[in-house]
Design a protein around this ligand. Sequence first.
Ligand code: IMP
Length: 424
Amino acid sequence: MPATIVIGTQWGDEGKGKLTDLFAKDMRYVVRYQGGHNAGHTIVVGGESFALQLVPSGVLYPHITPVIGNGVVVDPAVLIAECQQLNERGIDTSKLIVSGNSHLIMPYHYELDKLGERMLGRNKLGTTKRGIGPTYADKASRVGLRVQDMLDREIFMQKLEVALREKNAVLTKVYNRLSLDVNEIADLYLNELAPKIAPMVQDTVGIIHDALEDGQNIMLEGAQATFLDLDHGTYPFVTSSNPTAGGACVGAGVGPMHITRVVGIAKSYVTRVGSGPFPTELTDETADILIEKGHEYGTNTGRRRRPGWLDLVMLRHAVRLSSVSEIALTKLDVLSGLADIKVCTSYDIDGVKYDKLPAEQTKFQQAKPIYEQLPGWQKDLGSVKQKSDLPKAALDFINLIEAFTKTKVTFVGVGPGRDQFVPL
Ligand code: IMP
């Protein structure tokens, strides 16, 4: 039965939280499938703003079971703190379930993330310093600890001792830091955190499949986005997991034949946080307008995002990579008031015109955007509820996106509120 994937089509912060929230009313399960608390989803409900990092956004609905899938990396202290904060604001988190196969972010992962970035110097990736990369690296090296290990003291100690032997050697001999104490970590994870995590640990794959067989609707909620994908993003300036639709199947344990809808979220302009190439990046006064009007500061780290014009070459590539079946366009209201709007439809790379993303990263680094310029509109879109109330110039902008990507735009976001969207 139907499983919907919601993914970001740019470099993150497209407004996935709002869309997942919008679809949530028809869902029974909302599954996070990758990433960790490097993500930040902001959802505004009844004028109240919720910034979620690790807990799936479906948590705000009492009828939904939020699921943290096997592909996610979990800091149990962060998970418990986030649940407590939600509880204090009257949100029930008792239905939240966590895969025992999801990997644990350990204290040494934070250290190694920070030290690795420092070692890279001016070539740093600009990570969120939440230990995400080192945790996924340990997963791939098969020395990671998983959530289920917290439920077995003997296994946990055995694995922790093996891991710490190597981590402490690196911390002390490579980075000249103090070694970490095995008992301190064990005390935190086994005595303090495990009793609180234990009731959440369930067979998430089994539960998801029983629900699918039962005909219930499931949403697979991505964090980060297509061009931060470890395989398909602007490597090495990427995150360490697969936000694209293939990653949703792996990170939730659902085969592709179950997926009936892939919603690609695209912001009406583009932002990126951290380092890496960005052909349509703006540094002029339009950049400041987009940042201030769009409140483009990281939910998590508070960093000012890098803004730029919409890049249709990238968007079309994202559609291809994830079999995106429809586009939800967010923050159209932010473009109101601009005299002209530019949209990138090809690149100039060393005098050659490219209308597709070049396969070589070095070429992409040098890509100069070739723009189509459209007239802007002045109308404030905040209270627009239907397509016929959108200005013609805004409709022309949407039509161009649809024609270029050969994909229908089905929703347009016109403000941060839960009801500020226009169905098309
Ligand atoms: P990491 O995921 O912390 O390893 O960071 C790797 C890259 O992904 C950095 O450029 C981060 O700024 C970026 N990144 C990670 N999570 C997010 C997100 O939720 N939104 C936008 N960028 C992100």
